[in-house]
Design a protein around this ligand. Structure first.
Ligand code: FES
Length: 106
């Protein structure tokens, strides 16, 4: 099982919308959808736009830079299904938000 890394505290305010966190050299975007924390790489596959700043609807996030849309569970892009953001499994334990760290996002 991949190591668990604490990336945020659920008591910190910004987790209710997109929140960017940094793990090593990787940027990760956290979202809370229907009470579940979802984590994807914070770099659009199109031209590295900041996914954490995107609007979320129907469990999908729209890149704020030029509009690609990604499923927050699978990472798949609506525009080209073979293109996916790296996703991370998450857990919330007490006030800690953890991700299963499966390595870099490049
Ligand atoms: S940076 Fe181009 S769609 Fe996201």
């Amino acid at each position: 099982m991949p190591p668990l890394l604490e990336v945020a505290r659920s008591t910190q305010p910004p987790v209710s919308s997109g929140t960017a966190v940094v793990v090593g050299a990787a940027r990760i975007a956290l979202f809370v959808v229907d009470g579940t924390v979802l984590a994807v790489e914070d770099a659009c596959a199109c031209c590295s736009g900041p996914i954490a700043r995107g609007a979320v609807s129907d469990r999908k996030v729209t890149c704020p830079r030029c509009g690609w849309r990604y499923d927050l569970v699978t990472g798949a892009a609506d525009q080209i299904a073979e293109i996916r953001l790296h996703t991370f499994r998450t857990r919330t334990e007490q006030a800690r938000i953890l991700i299963e760290w499966t390595g870099g996002t490049e």
